[in-house]
Structure formats: C-alpha cells, structure tokens
Design a protein around this ligand. Structure first.
Ligand code: SAH
Length: 358
C-alpha cells in the first residue's frame, strides 16, 4: 500500500523501531493530516459503520432526558456543562436538546461542549447543531470546571489500546513492525515485561492477549474527578465487557465489513472492545461513584424506549412505522446492540442512582 500515511508509518518504524498497537491506532485514526477520522465522515450507509444515534432519534432523545433527570437529581445547577465526547455527526446532541426543550430551566442552564479532534466532523456537527451555542475542544481537560453532564457513545472504543501477549518467557507487548517485504506485521517485543497486565490475568494461558486502554482510563478518571468535585453525571456507552478478561478484540471496519488490521492504515476504522470494569475503577479512583455496567437494551427499556416508539408510530406513515420497529429491535434486541453494548454511569459520591441504574 502506498498511501501517504503508510509511507509515514514505514519511515517512523525504520527510524525508531516497531511501534506499540496504541501508537499505531493513534496515528491511523488521529494523524493530523491523514488520520482516518480527520479525512472523512465515516458514519452511515455510505461510510464504514453505523452508530445508535444514526439508527434512530430515540437514542439521543432518551439520553438527553437521562441527562436532564440527572440535572434535576443534582439540584439543577446553573450553569451546567453538557459535554459530549466524540460526537460524530452531532445527531445525538441534536436529538438530546430537542427532547429536553420543555424541561423548565434546563436549556437556560446548559453550556454545550463538544470534544472532537476531527475538523471534518466538527464541520458536520456545526451544520447539525445550527442555532445552538457550542464550544469545541480537543480534550476534556479544556472544558471549564463546574457541574457536568457528560455523554460518550462509541468514543472509548476508538481510543488507542496496548496489547500484551503471554509467552513462555513472560508477558510481551505486541507491536507493529515491518517484514522482509516491507509490509506491516505484528511482532512481540523481545524484552518481556508484565507491568500493565492486571494481577487477575497474570497467569493466563500461553498465547493469551490482554488489552489495556490508558487513554480511556484517563478520561474516566478525569470525569470522575470533575464529578466528585462539582457534581453531575456521566454516561459511557460502548460495546464491551465487564473485565478483567483476556482476548484480542482489535478490529478494523471498512464499508460495514471487517477488514484486515494492518493492510490499509488510515482507510479503515480501528476499534477495540471496552473493559467497563477498568473504566469504572478509573472513575472511582477519581473520587466518583460508578453504576453498572448495564446492557444497552435494558437501559433503553427502563428509560421508556417502547413508549417513545409507540408515540412515534402513532404519527408515522405505515412504512415509517416498520422502520421504527426495526430500529427499536436493533437498539435493544439480543441479536442487535441490546446485549453487546453496555452503559456505565458515573456520578458524584453522594448522588442517588441515575435513571436506568437503580
Ligand atoms: N458518538 C458518535 C460518533 C462515534 S465515532 C456516534 O455515536 O455516532 C467516534 C467519534 O470520536 C468521532 O466523532 C471521532 O472523530 C471522535 N474521536 C475519536 N478519537 C478522538 C479523540 N482522541 N478525541 C476526541 N474525539 C475523538
């Protein structure tokens, strides 16, 4: 492959040696000029993957109402920062704001912040949210201190992971290097070291792979610190598992199908399943309380998605009604996203259970 990003990665490896999977992911997704998210809108039928807010307006509406409920539970702080991490096309935020228009005082209190590194997607968000006062940031750290309502859907899965493999000589980090033909290839760091593998997994079978997402843990910790200091709530939704468990979950998606991991850097989406236990521990280390994870299907059902679907269907044409049923099934059903996707809530230490996490 001769893309500019591939050339850059080859040069980098020749100069400084094989790179960690995290460095590879960070460059493939986030290289300022050639990174996957920088150069395109990857969402929807014409793109590489579809997310819950793009499947149905019901998703963003219910998350908006969840945030408003948390705001009421935390004593209606004014101002309050409504922050979305990795907002894609801005669809979730638009639906959340529309659904909460009539919550007395809520919109007056809101300051809307989007944490987004891609200028292509920022432009898309600007169009979707025309008329809304929005501040964009590269990182959560740039959002001013204060009470916080934070939403993140399919954000953590895009953050770089490191992978460690158990060998007969100990735990070795998996890296990306070059083979004799100058093609990218996975290899193991010849100097094993086990410092990042959680104690519960240290005795896994030879060949087992363990994934760590330092950037995801840092975000959860920072959210936890802010919620502990100023109150509010955060909701992380992603596909993942309650760890610790071993398994290689790194995957590439292109045109709605799995693609080879190293073949076309910057042309495919790269993600890994989220370890919700590690995320919750990081949030608690920041001083906050964590809730769940619960399955996405169960969260959406307890937030009333069936009622919302029924009321949308009452005003829909017959073919649209079928679409609403299909979306409901995809978001909540076992064969769709209902079980694979999980939701983790984080709140200040003295807060009662947020909706859907009782
Ligand atoms: N939440 C959206 C989009 C998910 S795709 C939805 O559900 O439809 C991942 C999003 O995170 C994209 O907007 C991408 O540009 C953004 N993103 C990825 N890595 C990021 C990072 N390190 N910092 C900020 N945004 C990032």
């Amino acid at each position: 492959m001769g893309t500019e990003l591939a050339d850059f990665l080859r040069r980098q490896i020749r100069q400084t040696g094989p790179m960690t999977v995290a460095e590879w992911m960070a460059l493939c997704l986030g290289h300022p000029r050639h990174g996957y998210y920088m150069t395109r809108d990857p969402l929807g039928a014409a793109g590489d993957f579809t997310t819950a807010p793009e499947i149905s307006q019901m998703f963003g509406e219910l998350l908006g109402l969840w945030a408003a409920q948390c705001w009421l539970q935390s004593g209606q702080p004014d101002p309050v920062h409504l922050v979305e991490l990795g907002p894609g096309r801005g669809t979730l935020m638009a639906d959340a704001l529309r659904a909460t228009r009539r919550v007395p005082g809520f919109h007056q209190a809101l300051r809307v912040h989007l944490v987004e590194t891609s200028h292509t997607l920022r432009e898309r968000q600007r169009q979707t949210l025309a008329g809304v006062e929005v501040t964009w940031h590269d990182r959560l750290a740039e959002v001013p201190a204060g009470p916080l309502l934070l939403l993140a859907n399919e954000f953590i899965d895009a953050l770089p992971i490191r992978q460690f493999e158990r060998t007969t000589r100990g735990w070795a980090e998996r890296k990306v290097g070059l083979d004799e033909e100058d093609s990218f290839t996975f290899l193991l760091d010849p100097r094993p070291g086990d410092t990042l593998v959680p104690p519960a997994l240290r005795n896994a079978d030879i060949g087992a792979v363990v994934e760590i997402c330092p950037a995801g843990q840092a975000v959860a910790r920072e959210a936890g610190e802010r919620l502990a200091a100023h109150g509010g709530a955060a909701l992380f939704i992603d596909y993942g598992y309650a760890g610790p468990s071993a398994g290689d979950t790194l995957q590439a998606m292109r045109g709605h199908a799995y693609a080879p991991l190293l073949e076309a850097p910057g042309e495919a989406d790269l993600t890994a399943h989220v370890d919700f236990t590690a995320l919750a521990e990081a949030a608690r280390a920041g001083g906050a309380k964590s809730w769940g994870p619960v399955e996405q299907g169960s969260l959406l059902q307890s937030l009333g998605i069936a009622h919302r679907a029924a009321s949308l269907k009452r005003v829909a044409a017959p073919d649209q009604a079928d679409g609403i049923d299909a979306a409901l099934d995809r978001l909540t059903g076992d064969a769709g996203m209902g079980r694979l996707f999980k939701a983790l809530a984080v709140t200040g230490p003295d807060t009662s259970a947020p909706a859907g996490f009782e």
